[in-house]
Ligand binder design. Structure first.
Ligand code: FAD
Length: 614
């Protein structure tokens, strides 16, 4: 069987709707003036449209596009068959601009719904969704920081799909170390600059779906200081855009090559040369020099949330495919009859170890989705309470704190869930007849781009944890202790809730240990354990969210008129939470013990100690 044109994408809409409407109660937003123009029906229709599009249009293109990839012909990237048609159709649907403000041409909808849409589109076809995702991030930067004439020149064409967008930070020698970028800018007049340099690994850097590609380029204006503080941000179109939106020829942006890579093969990853002939022009964003990194941070933060959501999307469809396979694959007999060679063969879902893999994937997928949606709900609440400083600050602090966790945990776990999905299939998972090997390859990049996962961990421990005197972390811990105080007794889940309380205490001890390392000047030791701290915090967060969902599900199980499916569904929520609390959460204590050992021997090891081989 070939994977060509087969739709392997799977969605659990019941699980999504539970998280949105029963658990997080997103409908609370519609009572606030910022979102009172919308209701649950409109939001559900947008999600319905995204789900249909992902299943009917994007899913069938996923495997085929992985095989064909993109090609560079005569300096122009050609995307796989069907990509351009999908681009046109999604813009006709108009769902991509749902969360953009009404004044910028959008619907002013909540991010929490837009991010659910993004999960569906990315799950259907991760490569294809890179193009609109980057365009959305680019749009947000121009909308927030652009001058009125810059907005008028570019934004309407990005909403309509005529133009797409990119983010151009990386250079061959400047990946994590963005501040060493060498691309330069020289003023022509006013906010118009001449741009020269090479950017590499630029996603959606060129393609044939839109008429034009609008690059946001970090560059250093001649004479600006070294490091990130000397960087400025420029809007650099591939084809020059006149004031009325018409195009007037090449802007001297050359696609030098595209990468051949492990996964997301249909997302063009380009090396771009700006100003090879000295004729590349760009507009300084907002007319503000040296503000590039601050402006780009908006895009990076939104892209980091986007990458976390990519993780959820791939993990979810990998899990659901593995589940479908486990239900129908017959192999072996029940362990109860292990001495009887004539015992009937059973579907592998009946084997304890397969059940372990399935519940592990389910708990992670549903916990990660809840984290993504909750973070975006905080974003929406911060916006809706902008007039109330206390509330706005609380919600914004949770967005700041949870963003590196969402990005890192969901990207790491997407890869592991995809691996577990392959293991569940056995040999059938390793071959291309089934989609899970592609999911594994596609997921690997999530832990690398948008700031590697270690860069996220460093951001968490060195910046976010102590931001505003640790107020955000304090509020985070309090929310968990309020929950464990309320449910740690007299509840079917009390033992697991108490395990969460103990893990949260361990997390606070780990934060104290980090502060000790800092105080004693052992910054390198902080960085040695930063990823481990982030994972501890992610595990505590996911356990909290799963248990909170299980408490809701447990209450719903008492409802009259529940169907057998509903009863099983709510039972699945409770089992997933118990599994995570009993089998994953204890790892938090092991990580604390490792941290408290304060073993720094690897830091003091001479390089030759790793190996004397050359
Ligand atoms: C498919 C793909 C798409 C991409 N899309 C884009 C895009 O659209 N736009 C864009 O600008 N870039 C893009 N990138 C580039 C991407 O963001 C970088 O690869 C990433 O930032 C890491 O940089 P690097 O590859 O140079 O690795 P390096 O920075 O060299 O890192 C290598 C290793 O060293 C570690 N490391 C580096 N510095 C430190 C430090 N100070 N402390 C501790 N550890 C450190 C890293 O964590 C990593 O493990 C893309 C890359 C790929 C592969």
């Amino acid at each position: 069987m070939s994977q060509a044109a087969t739709n392997f994408y799977k969605v659990d809409r019941r699980a999504i709707d539970f998280t949105l409407w029963e658990h997080l109660r997103v409908q609370q937003l519609f009572e606030l003036p910022a979102f009172s123009h919308l209701g649950r029906d409109e939001c559900s229709q947008v999600i319905d449209a995204a789900e249909r599009f992902a299943l009917e249009v994007l899913g069938p293109l996923n495997g085929v596009a992985d095989r064909s990839g993109c090609t560079l012909r005569d300096g122009q990237v050609v995307t796989p068959p069907g990509f351009k048609d999908a681009w046109e159709r999604i813009h006709e649907l108009g769902i991509l601009s749902f969360a953009a403000s009404q004044e910028d041409g959008g619907f002013g909808g909540p991010h929490v719904i837009a991010v659910q849409v993004a999960e569906l589109l990315s799950g259907g076809n991760t490569s294809w969704n890179m193009y609109p995702d980057l365009t959305r991030g680019n749009f947000e930067v121009i909308a927030k920081f652009g001058l009125p004439e810059q907005k008028a020149r570019f934004l309407p064409h990005m909403i309509s799909g005529r133009f797409s967008g990119t983010m151009c930070l990386s250079e061959p020698h400047a990946g994590s170390d963005v501040g060493s970028a060498r691309t330069s800018a020289k003023q022509i007049e006013g906010n118009l600059y001449s741009i020269t340099g090479t950017k590499c690994w630029i996603s959606a850097g060129d393609h044939d779906m839109a008429e034009n590609v609008i690059h946001l380029v970090l560059a250093r204006i001649e004479g600006a200081p070294a490091g990130t503080k000397g960087l400025s941000l420029f809007i650099v179109p591939k084809f020059w855009v006149e004031e009325d939106g018409s195009l007037s020829g090449s802007n001297d942006v050359v696609t030098a090559s595209i990468e051949h890579k492990l996964g997301i093969r249909a997302s063009a990853t380009a090396v771009l040369n700006f100003g090879e002939s000295g004729k590349c022009r760009g507009f300084l964003v907002g007319g503000q020099p040296h503000m590039g990194i601050r402006q780009m941070f908006l895009l990076m933060n939104s892209a980091r949330i986007g990458v976390g959501v990519q993780g959820v999307s791939v993990a979810s469809t990998a899990y659901l495919n593995a589940l479908g396979y486990a239900r129908q694959r017959q192999q072996g007999s029940s362990a109860k009859h292990f001495k009887d060679p004539s015992a009937p063969r059973v579907p592998i879902i009946e084997h304890a170890d397969v059940r372990r893999m399935l519940i592990d994937m389910k708990a992670k997928v549903e916990g990660m989705r809840t984290l993504a949606l909750k973070l975006c709900l905080h974003q929406d609440l911060a916006h809706a309470h902008a007039h109330d400083q206390g509330k706005a600050q609380f919600h914004a602090s949770q967005v700041d704190l949870l963003t590196p966790i969402l990005k890192s945990y969901c990207s790491d776990q997407a890869f592991r869930v995809a691996e577990t999905a392959i293991q569940t299939y056995g040999g059938a998972g390793y071959v291309q007849d089934n989609p899970v090997e592609q999911y594994l390859r596609d997921a690997k990049i999530f832990s690398i781009y948008e700031g590697t996962n270690h860069i996220q961990a460093a951001d968490l421990v060195a910046r976010k944890l102590m931001q505003n005197g640790g107020a955000g972390f304090g509020a985070y811990v309090k929310e968990i202790s309020d929950f464990t105080d309320a449910h740690g007794k007299d509840h079917g889940l009390a033992a697991e809730v108490r395990a969460l309380a103990a893990a949260s205490t361990a997390l606070q001890a780990a934060a104290g240990q980090l502060m000790d390392f800092f105080t004693n000047g052992n910054v390198d030791q902080v960085m040695l354990v930063a990823n481990s701290f982030l994972e501890m915090m992610a595990e505590v967060t996911i356990a909290h969210l799963l248990l909170d969902a299980a408490v809701v599900a447990d209450a719903r199980r008492g409802d009259e008129d529940l169907t057998a499916d509903d009863f099983a569904f709510y039972g699945g929520k409770i089992t997933a939470a118990k599994h995570y609390a009993n089998y994953v959460l204890p790892g938090v204590h092991a990580k604390l013990a490792a941290m408290q050992s304060a073993d720094r021997s690897v830091l003091d090891l001479p390089d030759a100690g790793f190996s004397t081989a050359h």
